[in-house]
Design a protein around this ligand. Structure first.
Ligand SMILES: Cc1cc2nc3c(=O)[nH]c(=O)nc-3n(C[C@H](O)[C@H](O)[C@H](O)COP(=O)(O)OP(=O)(O)OC[C@H]3O[C@@H](n4cnc5c(N)ncnc54)[C@H](O)[C@@H]3O)c2cc1C
Length: 443
């Protein structure tokens, strides 16, 4: 590895100066929330606004999971892609899901405004970029179909791409007008600060080791304390430890690696163009994402994904993947031969088999789950807070109804490993041919 450093969590967050105490002894609350990422914090805030006393029990510090590590694209993407979603659920439901995803983005924008969170949000929209002729037909067809059904997207042809002075690897693309990009660490720490200001009790360095949810009240145990509560929210998504025996049949974790460059000079920015500073993700089956930062860096990643046998969360120091990324960055940004990747990190995303999120209660309506955002959780996890609060308080919510569906349980190992491998290999196979062409200079 060429001098780039590996960061265990991410460059976006560091230990908070107002670290919250671990859970000690026995306490009571209306609702216990396990996990202090976007889902847990947004749920606690929403419940608090409605007069409900919720406490958060977080294993590390808030934002230690995906919420403090992600790429920061605030996106209305839902499902694998829009044409596949239409095929899977039909036109009407696909449009309803697209509206739900737009609403989740708008909700997140409002939340940032209402709570006065400065997280460098730039509402540029995001562009799904086509790099190769094979990307054209699916992008054009997808944009046409989505546009005709009222989804906020438009196709950018070669001249529109030139007018925007997008980086040279972009030939054409689809602009998602709703959303943009933000600083994920500032966003999650802003939610945490708002929760503390609202008087929400947060316990950090408090790993939940056991849950007793068949009794009333429910008991949530850590090594040093217990929360007793009428209701429980599981907001641990991909970071759910197997020892809790939860969610295993609903989601599988995939490891995604991200990087950031050093700060570009004005001359380097001028060379690359990218005047609108839009978030970009490629139309590959396993996409690459790139985005500019307020401080003048570029960050990016995804594409090379890992699954750990048994849904284990294996360590993320992956020198081979880092080397692949250094090669790929040079290939995608030939305008910037003098810009280096400075650091790598990564995290686990919670995937579902149908690429749709889950927002569910148990039959007794005492345990609630918000999870499985398939890499689009900045908006969907933020909005999940409102959906979970509605479910907890018995308030009807059409979006909860929309997400209610039969999900097939994931098979146990070794079948699960084989199924995930088959899925990821088929995605890689399609991309490999396109990338070989691009590397050979054919466009
Ligand atoms: C590398 C990467 C890039 C991504 N890029 C994007 C993007 O560009 N756009 C986008 O929309 N989404 C993106 N995502 C997805 C997004 O970050 C997640 O969907 C979202 O953060 C999920 O939030 P959450 O609160 O549900 O889970 P998390 O943020 O993962 O929070 C779960 C929390 O549970 C805690 N926990 C786990 N076990 C226990 C326990 N036993 N006791 C107590 N606490 C526990 C963890 O410490 C963690 O803080 C990305 C994710 C990753 C990993």
């Amino acid at each position: 590895m060429s001098g780039a450093k590996f960061i265990e969590v991410s460059p976006w967050i560091s230990a908070p100066i107002d670290l919250q105490p671990p859970l000690q002894g026995r306490i009571s609350a209306d609702v216990a929330i396990v996990g202090g990422g976007y889902t847990g914090l947004a749920t606690a805030l929403e419940l608090r606004a409605r007069g409900v006393d919720a406490v958060i029990v977080e294993r590390d510090t808030c934002g230690h999971g995906a919420s403090g590590r992600n790429a920061g694209h605030l996106t209305p993407t839902i499902g694998k892609d829009f044409p596949s979603l239409v095929k899977a659920v039909g036109r009407d439901r696909a449009v309803a899901f697209a509206r739900f995803a737009d609403k989740a983005v708008r909700h997140t924008e409002q939340l940032m405004r209402r709570l006065n969170i400065d997280c460098e949000y730039n509402p540029t929209g995001n562009i799904v970029t086509g790099l190769h002729p094979a990307h054209r037909e699916p992008l054009e067809r997808g944009a046409e179909l989505a546009g005709s059904l009222g989804v906020e997207v438009s196709f950018l042809d070669e001249s529109a791409v030139r007018d925007r002075r997008l980086p040279g690897h972009v030939r054409f693309g689809v602009l998602e007008r709703c959303g943009g990009h933000l600083h994920p660490g500032k966003y999650v720490m802003g939610l945490r600060a708002a929760a503390l200001a609202a008087g929400i009790r947060i316990f950090e360095n408090s790993a939940v080791t056991k849950i007793e949810d068949s009794r009333n009240p429910i008991a949530v145990h850590t090594a040093t304390g217990t929360v007793q509560a009428e209701k429980l929210v599981i907001a641990t998504n991909a970071y759910t430890p197997s020892t809790l025996g939860r969610l295993k049949s609903k989601i599988f974790p995939l490891r995604v690696t991200l990087f950031q460059t050093g700060i570009l000079t004005d001359a380097q920015w001028d060379r690359i163009g990218w005047d609108g500073r839009e978030g970009l993700y490629t139309a590959h089956e396993a996409m690459e994402n790139y985005r500019p930062h307020a401080d003048g860096r570029i960050s990016g990643g995804s594409k090379f994904i890992q699954y750990g046998y048994g849904s284990s969360l294996a360590p993320g120091y992956l020198p081979d993947t880092f080397a692949e990324w250094e090669k790929l960055f040079a290939l995608r940004f030939p305008e910037l031969p003098d810009v280096r990747i400075e650091s790598f990190w990564g995290g686990w995303i919670g995937m579902t088999l149908d690429f749709l999120p889950i927002n569910q209660a148990n039959a007794r309506r005492t345990v609630f789950h918000g999870l499985g955002y398939n890499g689009h959780g900045i908006a969907q996890a933020s909005y999940a807070g409102t959906m979970l609060a509605d479910q907890i308080l018995g308030v009807p919510n059409a979006d909860v109804d929309l997400l209610r569906r039969r999900t097939f349980p994931l098979p146990p190992e070794p079948l699960r490993w084989l199924a995930v491998k088959a899925l990821t290999s088929s995605l890689e196979r399609v991309d490999r041919k396109i990338d070989a062409d691009l590397a050979a200079g054919h466009r």
